[in-house]
Design a protein around this ligand. Sequence first.
Ligand SMILES: Cc1cc2nc3c(=O)[nH]c(=O)nc-3n(C[C@H](O)[C@H](O)[C@H](O)COP(=O)(O)OP(=O)(O)OC[C@H]3O[C@@H](n4cnc5c(N)ncnc54)[C@H](O)[C@@H]3O)c2cc1C
Length: 401
Amino acid sequence: MYNKDVVITGSGPAGVLLGYLLAKSGVDVLVIEKSASLKRDFRGETIAPGSVYLLKQLGLLDKISSDEYLKVQQMIMYDKDDKLLSIDFEKFEHEQKYGIDIPQPTILNVILKEAGEFENFMYLNNTSCIELLESSSGEVTGIKCKRGEVSFEVRSRLVVGADGRFSTIRKLSRLEYEKKEYSRDLVWFKVPKPKGWKEANIIKVDRNDHLIILPTYPDLLRIGTYIENDGISKTHSTGLEAFKQKVISLEPKLKETINENIKDWKQTTLLKIFSTYVPNWSRDGLILIGDAAHTLSPVLGQGVNVAMQDAVELAPYIIEEIQSQKAKNSPLRKVAFNEFEKARKKSVAFVSKFQEEQEQSLAAKTDKECEERKIKMKSLDSHPLKYNMMSKVQYGSILEN
Ligand SMILES: Cc1cc2nc3c(=O)[nH]c(=O)nc-3n(C[C@H](O)[C@H](O)[C@H](O)COP(=O)(O)OP(=O)(O)OC[C@H]3O[C@@H](n4cnc5c(N)ncnc54)[C@H](O)[C@@H]3O)c2cc1C
């Protein structure tokens, strides 16, 4: 059995960053992770400028060589070849003028290494949370874990559920949540970047079909295309050739690289698109952050951004409670996080609403809907407040601090 101030379940961007920040301030913290390694592909590789800025401020980006990531400086949306919207990150007013594309393991391992410099930080991989420990009055007092065949308890003053979109902690906590399915899912794959390819994140739409093309570290393109919700078996049965032709018809310049490189469904990965809304993120002794508190749609790749902002915003509240010595050893009260929850929910709700509007417009099917989308996107493109609106998504809560 372990006794810790805080136990964090999940070592994604939210969990590792919070663990690092708490350890740095002297909080006794354990992060557990169910996987044996942090190897993960197609997961949160684009980090928006807001989180790049946070990582720089924390001195964490300096620990990574600039050869280990790509800069993301432009986003362009086309309807076939007609340019609808273009965002040039140089034009944001904030001093951080670019996002980055980086394999998630690179960033997670650097943060874990830095956290490991503190004696009060502990990390256990291969370890799953399987149960919450609760007092007779209903406060959460820790977790029960399993590592291989061994079960053990971790007693803590706070359990943080940072265990992602299928969060076990969220289920065990009995905090209510609503899951919203979208009309489409997304299939990702990677191919070598053709010579002379434009270094911009590109979205191509053609009616309700669309393609996301992202320059990806080191010299690849990460390509996402939509299929109907729960349509992966149908897509597979229609055949890989038909799938490739659909992608090529959306962007004919990809013909050669796709035909040469995509040979097997194993090279693709499915992203089930859903969002979750959790009205209350905390109970006495427990709080949810990141995807566990708010799974978002992939539109504009904001999952890592909001997860990291959660961690940075939550850390001071936990540190203050632990250091104040108030009610020493008892679970941290939900009330201590009211202000945090209120501010973060507002910021996440803005992103989520923006994504829903974009998702609806991307799913346009009829001639009339497609024409309306064109008009809407072009008027956003020429709107004098375009960069103000987009910066609220790309920078989030750092604009308020
Ligand atoms: C295919 C795909 C592509 C994506 N692309 C982007 C992108 O380009 N940009 C972007 O911003 N976002 C992207 N996202 C979303 C992004 O990955 C997430 O929003 C982000 O990683 C959330 O961070 P998190 O720390 O909350 O959760 P996660 O990163 O999901 O981390 C949760 C961790 O908890 C662990 N865990 C789960 N259950 C338990 C348990 N019971 N016990 C212990 N550990 C547990 C998991 O193994 C995992 O390591 C993508 C997601 C997917 C699936």
